[in-house]
Write a protein that binds this ligand. Structure first.
Ligand code: ATP
Ligand code: MG
Length: 554
């Protein structure tokens, strides 16, 4: 029996089209972001889908910037989108811009006027809204609807020439003001906007509406399967109407459910608010659900792809559990991240019977999950740092770590026993005094002593200091976009916690930005872009699910 996954509904459509010889079996998709923000986890799903289908069926996928709204678009966004798509592991067949089609789209509009199916309307936005009718209530025709073709051609040319201010006139398709689908009640196809465009500058002062740009761009590029999210389902008849009227390449639109992930926001507009109002440090803040935020946080591209693949496509919207994404991240990092030791909340241990001034280099496995990961040298000495919570002054019953009279194994090193400790006037432990068993070294242990607990540590004279940023969810509720009140009411005030004085083993001090590690017993961490020559900064990527039980078995 084959273990292959069954086809999703889009794959079924494509396979049927190939079997029927439609477009000679050619498959061409596109990913069409509007460059008005950074890409987020929802876009990742659309990217994996469009590029993935093209790849699976030996087709092509275009990257098309849907840049028809000059007021919100910027080149910074274009650059970030390209970087994010590439980082996710995809390469486009063509980099295209809807704005490159402005002349062609203008000519398409002229063609509609010539056919008598488009007209210039001088009505105000309020008048048009009042004439539109509603569901179950037919609309009424504008008094400008019967303008002659000649007059419409002239007025439209004058709109382009800049003779009118914003809002003075629009170009509308002449379809049916009583159509049950409100979108077909003479939709606006061009509006006047005296705004410079990020690519065409001041060349244009009229811009096509989404519906008049999107399908036509698909058609110009001979896109075979134009995949978009469910909210466009009612636009499909309009998409088809324009293609039919213009007699251009018959692209087809298919819809799938938008992807939302719990505790995340997937709307560029809302994410922009978080950035502008400084609730986060930028689009790539590691708490952001943006691709750049997740990259900086340490989520591997392959984990995001695996996540998108796991959740697949659906026809109905639902909230995907953030745990699924974290699972994919953890699973990937478990295979690839080297295990190292870092002490997040350090307290000093002094091994009283270890010779003064002596150090030794222990050999440590980098990752037992990966046979090619190799080993590294780990210095050991008389003074060590361990986690404050690995010591208890009065140990609880099943506390198998350090406390007066208790023994524990130091990972990769020796068994130590706690003899005494010192406190300051506030009752804070300042020093723990231990003895070690010289014959208990990991790998050549002849001591015969068995201890239950294993803890991580860093040699004090060899340690480097780092800053570690621990993250929690950015929102306190599962579905912030739909929760009561404003979504920003639900921001988690404690979503970032900075540990300024973390002791790391020396092998980490020169780690490259973006490098991933498992801090033993603590989770997965990666080197942040804020790191400098003098200060290394780590982001917590994700915690370890099974705490330390499994990891420290040996
Ligand atoms: P936003 O609301 O965040 O601005 P958008 O749909 O307006 O999203 P676009 O730049 O137009 O953003 O999106 C590019 C492509 O990504 C579109 O084909 C869109 O359908 C798809 N997409 C956007 N958000 C999601 C999502 N949450 N899940 C799946 N696909 C999405
Ligand atoms: Mg959009």
């Amino acid at each position: 029996m084959s273990e292959e996954k069954s086809l999703n509904f889009l794959e079924e459509i494509i396979e049927n089209d190939i079997a029927a010889g439609i477009n000679n079996g050619r498959i061409h998709t596109r990913f069409p972001p509007e460059p008005n923000g950074y890409l987020h986890i929802g876009h990742a799903s659309s990217i994996c889908l469009n590029f993935g289908l093209a790849k699976k069926y030996n087709g092509l996928c275009n990257l098309r910037f849907d840049d028809t709204n000059p007021s919100t678009e910027e080149t910074e966004y274009v650059d970030s989108i390209k970087a994010d798509v590439r980082w996710l592991g995809f390469e486009w067949a063509n980099e295209l811009y809807a704005s490159d089609y402005f002349e062609q789209l203008y000519n398409f509009a002229v063609k509609l006027i010539q056919k008598g199916v488009a007209y210039v309307d001088d009505s105000s936005a309020e008048e048009m809204a009042a004439q539109k009718g509603d569901i179950g209530k037919p609309g009424i025709n504008s008094i400008f609807r019967e303008r002659s073709i000649a007059e419409n051609l002239l007025l439209f040319a004058d709109m382009r020439a800049g003779k009118y201010p914003d809002g003075a006139k629009v170009l509308r398709a002449k379809i049916d003001m009583t159509h049950p689908n409100l979108l077909l009640r003479d939709p606006i196809i061009y509006r006047i906007k005296h705004v410079a465009h990020h690519r065409t500058g001041n060349k244009w002062c009229i811009y096509p509406m989404y519906d008049f740009a999107h399908g036509q761009s698909d058609s110009i590029e001979e896109i075979t399967h134009s995949i978009c999210t469910l909210e466009f389902i009612h636009h499909r008849p309009l998409y088809d109407w324009f293609i039919q009227q213009l007699e251009i390449f018959p692209s087809h639109q298919y819809e799938f459910a938008r992807r939302s992930v719990s505790y995340m926001i997937t709307s560029k507009r809302k994410l922009l608010q978080l950035v502008n109002e400084k609730h986060v440090t930028g689009w790539d803040d590691p708490r952001m659900p943006t691709i750049s935020g997740m990259r900086r946080r340490g989520y591997p591209a392959v984990a995001i792809r695996q996540f998108c693949d796991t959740i697949g496509v659906a026809k109905r919207e639902n909230l995907v559990d953030i745990g699924v994404l974290e699972f994919c991240v953890r699973e990937q990092l478990n295979k690839t991240a080297n295990r190292v030791m870092a002490v997040l909340d350090p307290v000093k241990v002094i091994i009283t019977n270890y010779p003064d001034g002596q150090t030794e280099q222990l050999i440590a496995d980098n990752n037992t999950e990966d046979e090619h990961a190799g080993t590294r040298l780990l210095p050991f000495g008389k003074e060590l740092w361990i986690e404050r919570d690995d010591f208890m002054e009065e140990p609880a019953k099943k506390f198998f770590r350090l406390g007066p009279g208790l023994s524990v194994r130091l990972k990769h090193a020796y068994i130590i026993k706690c003899d005494s400790f010192e406190k300051d006037e506030n009752g804070t432990i300042t020093e723990i005094h231990c003895t070690y068993m010289p014959d208990s070294k990991s790998g050549s242990d002849t001591s015969g002593i068995h201890v239950k607990g294993v803890i991580h540590w860093v040699s004090a004279i060899h340690a480097h200091q780092a800053e570690v940023r621990i993250y929690d969810r950015l929102f306190t509720v599962e579905d912030p976009a739909n929760a009561e009140g404003d979504f920003k009411d639900h921001i988690n005030a404690a979503s970032m916690h900075v540990l300024p004085r973390v002791m790391i083993e020396p092998s980490l001090s020169k780690a490259a930005i973006g490098a991933h590690f498992q801090f033993m017993r603590k989770g997965y961490f990666c080197v942040d872009t804020d790191s400098t020559e003098n200060k290394i900064v780590f982001n917590q990527t994700v915690g370890l699910k099974d705490s330390f039980a499994k990891e420290m078995k040996k």
